[in-house]
Write a protein that binds this ligand. Structure first.
Ligand code: ADP
Ligand code: ASP
Ligand code: MG
Length: 465
């Protein structure tokens, strides 16, 4: 069998025209003899709007929350009606989902309390709806699609909002469900991002998690490739929204792509690569609006690149925490006590810098910061400050090249730096700046490092046109 996982992001299923394009792409793969499993995101912006409805309801604004839900209901009903001729059964199902959503929103507006578990239940509606609509639309267009409930396949622990997949259970359920369907020539269509814990309660894999779902399924069924279909031509040398002359990266290693994703290149979910790396499955990032473009291929070994940097990623909404204590002088175990605090609050740390008497750490800005600071305050003086961004340069051998740091810091000499770090793996160099300076820093670095890009790695043809 020639198994393929095809994941379509929000913009690839945002309206009837996008869903038709997606169907044509899938039909094209089937015509080539591939057997795809399709994973879809919620329609573009729906997850944001569902979470906004929840936030509105919990402030007591029942009418405002129900108005958001009602607009979403119309959008889904209209999309279904435009794509499916006899759509009454599908529209009934959509109505049922929105009726139960409205009930949850009313409950929230009365109780004024939103737990991570309820937040996941609300967010899951986006992919539950889009996957049903896409499956029905595919059938209408002659693809033998079968809807599969992701919550029966992707089993996680109970860390709502960022649940951890249980690989062995997923492998078993994915193989049991998908392989017989594929053998019958069916095309399974499942929602990404959503999952359930072993008690059957809905969980989610974290924002942007549909990529992760696709990689989990690809790993479980040993697909020959995982295709991530999005709204840009592939992984680019910088976010094209920030840097319009960004170039498409034709090929990149798993390790480099993982660094980029982790450090904020939204084009891939940070954890996507892992299940694929473990089984050595190539990942392709492709553009559903420009399907003839060959995209970016992520493979275990990337060919050598003459340009020192492959891509620049930016992670925003970060905070710096400064911990200062003279007690650190000549003691051991002090770092452990600091990290124990982060561990207790389940808060990942991105970057660390230490001196004799101080430690600075960066974390995603989050609502736990005041309690983390209070706990750290038992050990030392603590200050924290939000509105920071981490800029990360990824490339083959950044550390091995003489004069790299000088070139980088020269390109951004007009910007104030807070922290600098070079990863142990020699392929990344990152630094922390104010969020307001981040876009300008990316453009300056891009201008400095992409004057003469290696044509074996970057699509320089696009620049000439
Ligand atoms: P999807 O809904 O398909 O998952 P996302 O919005 O999550 O799409 O990711 C695609 C977006 O990622 C692009 O529109 C682009 O603005 C952004 N992006 C950020 N960094 C990069 C990069 N280095 N290369 C390509 N896209 C990037
Ligand atoms: N719909 C989810 C989100 O917006 C997951 C995804 O699109 O990958 O975060
Ligand atoms: Mg995404």
């Amino acid at each position: 069998m020639s198994l393929l996982v095809m994941k379509f992001g929000g913009t690839s299923v945002e309206d009837p025209a996008a869903i038709r394009r997606t169907a044509a792409i899938v039909a094209g793969r089937i015509a080539l003899g591939k057997q795809p499993v399709v994973v879809v995101s919620a329609m573009a912006k729906v997850t944001d709007q569902l979470l906004r409805a929840a936030a509105t309801a919990v402030q007591g604004d029942r009418i405002g929350a129900l108005a958001i839900s009602s607009r979403l209901r119309s959008r889904h009903r209209d999309t279904a009606a435009a794509l499916v001729k006899d759509s009454s059964a599908l529209i009934n199902r959509i109505d049922q989902k929105f009726d139960s959503l409205d009930e949850i929103l009313r409950g929230l507006a009365a109780l004024l309390e939103l737990t991570p578990r309820i937040s996941d239940l609300i967010a899951s509606h986006g992919e539950l709806l889009s996957s049903r609509i896409v499956a029905a639309a595919f059938r209408e267009m002659g693809i033998a699609a079968v809807h599969v409930d992701a919550r029966k396949i992707i089993i996680t622990d109970s860390q709502f909002q960022k649940a951890v997949p249980q690989d062995t259970l997923i492998e078993k359920s994915a193989r049991e469900k998908f392989l017989p369907l594929l053998a019958q020539g069916k095309v399974p269509v499942m929602g990404g991002f959503i999952a359930s814990n072993e008690d059957g309660l809905s969980t989610t894999l974290g924002r942007g998690g549909s990529d992760f779902s696709a990689a989990l399924v690809g790993g479980a069924i040993q697909a020959e490739a995982i295709e991530i279909w999005t709204d840009v031509d592939g992984i680019m040398s910088a976010d094209p929204r920030v840097c319009p002359d960004a170039l498409r990266v034709k090929i990149i290693s798993f390790e480099e792509a993982a660094e980029l994703a982790y450090f904020g290149a939204k084009v891939l979910h940070p954890a996507t690569i892992l299940p694929a790396v473990r089984k050595n499955i190539p990942v392709l990032v492709l553009n559903s609006r420009n399907p003839i473009c060959e995209g970016t291929r992520i493979t275990s070994l990337a060919p050598h690149c003459k340009s020192p940097i492959k891509s620049i990623a930016v992670k925003k909404k970060l905070s710096i925490i400064d911990v200062v204590a003279s007690r650190m002088l000549m003691t051991h175990g002090y770092m452990k006590s600091i990290f124990d605090v982060f561990d207790k609050h389940h808060c990942p740390v991105d970057m660390v810098a230490t001196s004799e008497v101080s430690v600075s750490l960066t974390v995603d800005s989050n609502e736990k910061l005041p309690s983390i600071a209070a706990d750290l305050g038992q050990l030392a003086d603590v200050k924290y400050e939000g509105g920071k961004a981490l800029v990360c340069l990824v490339g083959d051998d950044i550390r091995g090249k003489n004069g790299m740091a000088a070139q980088i810091f020269n390109a951004i000499r007009h910007i104030n730096l807070r922290m600098i770090s070079q990863g142990a793996n020699e392929i990344n160099l990152s630094f922390m700046i104010d969020e307001d300076d981040a876009d300008e820093a990316v453009r300056s670095l891009h201008a400095a490092f992409f004057q003469d890009p290696d044509p074996a790695i970057f699509d320089v043809e696009a620049r000439k046109q």
